[in-house]
Design a binder for this molecule. Structure first.
Ligand SMILES: [Zn+2]
Length: 297
């Protein structure tokens, strides 16, 4: 899709695989929120800003997944603008290999994981230590902590528009991906409630359609998380190793994993649910004859 879509006066987004925000600053520049998955998305953002005579002044990345900061390198090289990212996540912008590496259990990542969904060019980044009110490029905004999908993640609220990052997904995305990527289920649940209580009128999810029906969006996201947790719990009815639990969950949710990228993303999500369920006292783990196995408590 070409060009920026207006949400309200001075607030726009570039629709795509990842929604990127563009917010006018008081000096007729603009702040960019996330830059998409490639140099191409960086180019589209810059073109869209130029069409509105808005010169980018700064970038905020909501979290460090490569599909949200892949346009940084192009924009930074051409505009020399500062980049801001939440604490912890900023380290991955500096060292992008960390993302495929942590998905590969910390070993040097398999070459197949070196793709644009998991690995972007390095970007400079200034650290945003805390959520709360901030002024960036002269623009007043509120950062909301919404970790859970990533180890740290900030949603960005400007006036009554909330760029929610991947704390919530559009409803069509939830249907297509019943096992959303998560690293911490309790944090993810809390993040959805933070979005619900933000007092925003419009929520722009990282993936999917912007909506004014925030309660319905939050309800759908809580329900999807609960469904995934229940699938993992019932997969533990029979003793199983992590790969066996993953296989059973995929069968229940009708998920196909055609490549290593999908496999490691789903494996991490299942591990997040397993950790959560054990912390809830619902399952336990044991290592028996060198096998890590899970079962209902
Ligand atoms: Zn993400």
């Amino acid at each position: 899709m070409a060009g920026l879509t207006k949400i309200q006066h001075g607030i726009y987004y570039l629709a795509g695989g990842v929604n990127c925000g563009v917010v006018q600053t008081p000096d007729l520049g603009c702040l960019i929120i996330d830059t998409g998955n490639s140099e191409d998305s960086g180019k589209k953002l810059l073109k869209g800003c130029k069409e509105l005579n808005l010169e980018p002044r700064a970038i905020i990345n909501t979290h460090s997944h490569a599909d949200h900061y892949g346009g940084n390198a192009y924009l930074v090289e051409h505009l020399e603008i500062p980049v801001y990212a939440p604490i912890f996540e900023e380290s991955i912008l500096h060292y992008p290999l960390l993302e495929p590496m942590y998905l590969w259990s910390g070993a040097r990542a398999h070459r197949e994981l070196h793709n644009k969904f998991l690995l972007a060019s390095a970007s400079p980044a200034k650290v945003l230590n805390e959520p709360g009110k901030r002024k960036i490029a002269g623009l007043e905004l509120i950062l909301l902590e919404v970790a859970g999908h990533a180890h740290m993640q900030f949603a960005v609220q400007v006036e009554d528009v909330l760029f929610a990052a991947d704390a919530v997904f559009g409803e069509a995305i939830l249907e297509k991906h019943p096992l959303a990527f998560m690293v911490d289920i309790q944090n993810a649940k809390d993040a959805i409630e933070t979005i619900r209580h933000s007092k925003a009128n419009v929520v722009v999810p990282g993936h999917g359609q912007p909506t004014t029906n925030i309660n319905a969006l939050c309800d759908a996201n809580q329900a999807a998380l609960e469904r995934a947790s229940q699938a993992v719990l019932s997969a533990c009815s029979d003793v199983g190793t992590t790969p066996e639990i993953l296989e059973r969950v995929c069968a229940m949710l009708e998920i196909e994993m055609p490549d290593l990228t999908r496999y490691v993303l789903n494996q991490t999500a299942v591990l997040a649910h397993l950790t959560y369920l054990e912390e809830q006292g619902l399952i336990t783990h044991q290592i028996i004859r060198n096998k890590l196995i899970w079962q209902i408590h």
